[in-house]
Design a protein around this ligand. Structure first.
Ligand code: GLN
Length: 213
């Protein structure tokens, strides 16, 4: 950690520039994610087909409507291709993306990729009108984090390997499991880029380790 903190800013910016982050662009707020990562120094690519996953260093699965995204994913082997990608490369999933990535989805039950060992309840905080912005404590350095919740899911169970980085009313809102990062809120809708920076750091570290054998 100490060496990273003292790394010259220019060098770390160059490292970020060499990262290619795909943003799943089937539906939802993918453009805001692409903007947030581009302004954090990464090269961003919109992903609409399975073959566009090739060559990416990491993938963002945005918020939106998970049932709609699922319909697109179930065509042309896209669902399986993303599952395979998530098993070997970093993925950052927010809100509907978090629902798609979870092991178990409830209210109602829905097919999911299972890359995040968690149970997620959809729309657990009520309808659109109940969406809210809260500033809550987080394990991320730099103090409390502003979190935008929009028809947010609730993570009701996490497996042993899942690290909880923030909570709302005792339920996890930001979690990490190895190369998977997931949020039930929308980090792309605030000016604070700490969550994006964490993901880019995960991607950079994963890339530095080289291809797994
Ligand atoms: N309620 C949506 C779903 O079930 C998720 C909402 C969001 O992504 N902001 O897919």
């Amino acid at each position: 950690m100490a060496t990273k903190a003292t790394e010259p800013a220019q060098k770390s910016a160059a490292n970020m520039n060499s990262l290619t982050i795909g943003v799943l662009a089937l539906q939802g707020d993918y453009e805001a994610h692409a903007r947030a990562f581009a302004s954090s120094g990464a090269r961003t690519v919109l992903v609409r087909k399975a073959d566009e996953l090739a060559g990416l260093d990491g993938l963002v699965m945005p918020g939106g409507e998970s049932t709609t995204m699922l319909k697109f994913l179930e065509k042309d082997g896209f669902f399986d291709a993303i599952g395979k990608f998530a098993a070997s490369k970093p993925v950052f999933a927010t809100c509907a993306g978090c629902i798609l990535l979870a092991r178990e989805v409830l209210d109602p039950k829905q097919r999911s990729l299972g890359a995040l060992d968690a149970t997620v309840e959809r729309n657990a905080y009520g309808r659109q009108i109940d969406s809210t912005i809260l500033t809550l404590p987080t394990e991320l350095p730099g103090g409390p984090l502003e979190m935008v919740f929009i028809r947010s899911p609730r993570i009701t169970r996490v497996g042993e390997g899942v690290e909880v980085l923030a909570q709302r009313d005792g339920f996890p809102t930001l979690v990490r499991q190895g190369q998977v990062l997931a949020a039930t809120f929308h980090p792309e809708m605030t000016a604070d880029t700490r969550v994006q920076q964490l993901f880019l750091e995960m991607v950079r570290e994963h890339k530095a380790r080289g291809p797994s054998t």
